[in-house]
Design a protein around this ligand. Structure first.
Ligand SMILES: Nc1ncnc2c1ncn2[C@@H]1O[C@H](COP(=O)(O)OP(=O)(O)O)[C@@H](O)[C@H]1O
Ligand SMILES: [Mg+2]
Length: 294
């Protein structure tokens, strides 16, 4: 239960800076991935078309762990975490948070309250000024380079503005992450189609981002975040650019992912969404975190 306690290539260079920063860690890590298949395959393009034989018998992603286990392990722990930015801004003050496997948590708070900062600490983009940030028992605050990349491969991230690669199709956008991590073509295929199906985009696999609605683009970014079956999914204002209907659809998908065992953290300032959900809610205010609903 949640408790507030206490690849370098020309196409890569054209990616948006934020995507590059996330992927560069994954690319670094890709060179050390040896347990999947030997070689890093060429970037997926035409080969990402569905294989009819496979589609009739889709393999399930490996995220089918039972939700309720007697001793659920701690996935996220923040211990007395404070974060100040160089220009003297105190974004977080002595924040404590613990989440177990299978938890779903909403983090609310006004703009500037520190929601994105908290998530950035969780995936190591920012480091705490003091205190400890632990992901599955690993202190991420002190990690750099390959060690940080290794932990980050266990975290899926969804942003408000999707951050899709404009000149790549839906299938390529999702497959790219696996490619960057060194997965074989076969494994990419095995994971891609069930994931696209899960977000309801199997018929849009060959579309480009500018041919999709905002809701569809956000579903692509969710597919990209979970295709590597991370145990932890962080979504920073995932519904911020969406109309209520699409926002609800995105939350439903996040709930579905949670129901198959993924620990989910969602930041939002959409009170309506939080109200219709029965998940725990915490609020950030003036740097402090407090529990609104258990
Ligand atoms: N890179 C940064 N440098 C300096 N101040 C920052 C930086 N990022 C965020 N802040 C400040 O930290 C506070 C929290 O920001 P943020 O975490 O983005 O809030 P939220 O996501 O809740 O809108 C704000 O006052 C913001 O101006
Ligand atoms: Mg933010």
């Amino acid at each position: 239960m949640t408790s507030v306690v206490t690849r370098p290539s020309s196409s890569y260079e054209r990616l948006p800076a934020d995507v590059r920063s996330v992927l560069s860690d994954r690319l670094q890590g890709a060179t050390s991935v040896t347990d999947k298949d030997n070689a890093i395959p060429a970037p997926p393009r035409a080969s990402t078309k569905p294989n009819p034989q496979r589609r009739s018998q889709p393999s399930k992603p490996k995220t089918t762990a039972p939700r309720q286990t007697p001793h659920r392990h701690v996935v996220v722990a923040l211990q007395n975490v404070s974060k100040s930015y160089p220009k003297g801004n105190r974004a977080l003050i002595d924040v404590n948070l613990q989440m177990h496997k299978g938890d779903f948590l909403f983090i609310t708070g006004a703009s500037g309250a520190g929601k994105s900062t908290l998530l950035k600490l969780l995936y190591g983009q920012e480091h705490p000024t003091s205190g400890d940030v632990m992901i599955e028992g690993t202190p991420i605050g002190q990690l750099r380079g390959n060690q940080l990349a290794k932990v980050r491969r266990r975290i899926g991230i969804v942003f408000q503005d999707y951050k899709l690669i404009p000149r790549r199709t839906v299938a390529e956008n999702v497959a790219f992450v696996l490619w960057a991590q060194g997965y074989s073509r076969k494994e990419i295929h095995r994971r891609l189609w069930p994931t696209l199906k899960m977000v309801g985009l199997q018929d849009k696999s060959e579309s480009f981002p500018n041919e999709l609605s905002g809701g569809e683009q956000q579903r692509v970014s969710i597919a990209r975040a979970v295709v590597g079956t991370p145990p932890l999914l962080l979504a920073d204002e995932p519904t911020g650019n969406l109309d209520p209907e699409n926002a609800l659809q995105v939350i439903k998908i996040l709930k579905k992912l949670n129901s198959i065992g993924i620990t989910v953290v969602v930041t939002t300032h959409n009170e309506q969404l939080v109200r219709v959900s029965n998940h725990p809610v915490v609020q950030l205010k003036e740097g402090h975190l407090r529990q609104l609903r258990q």
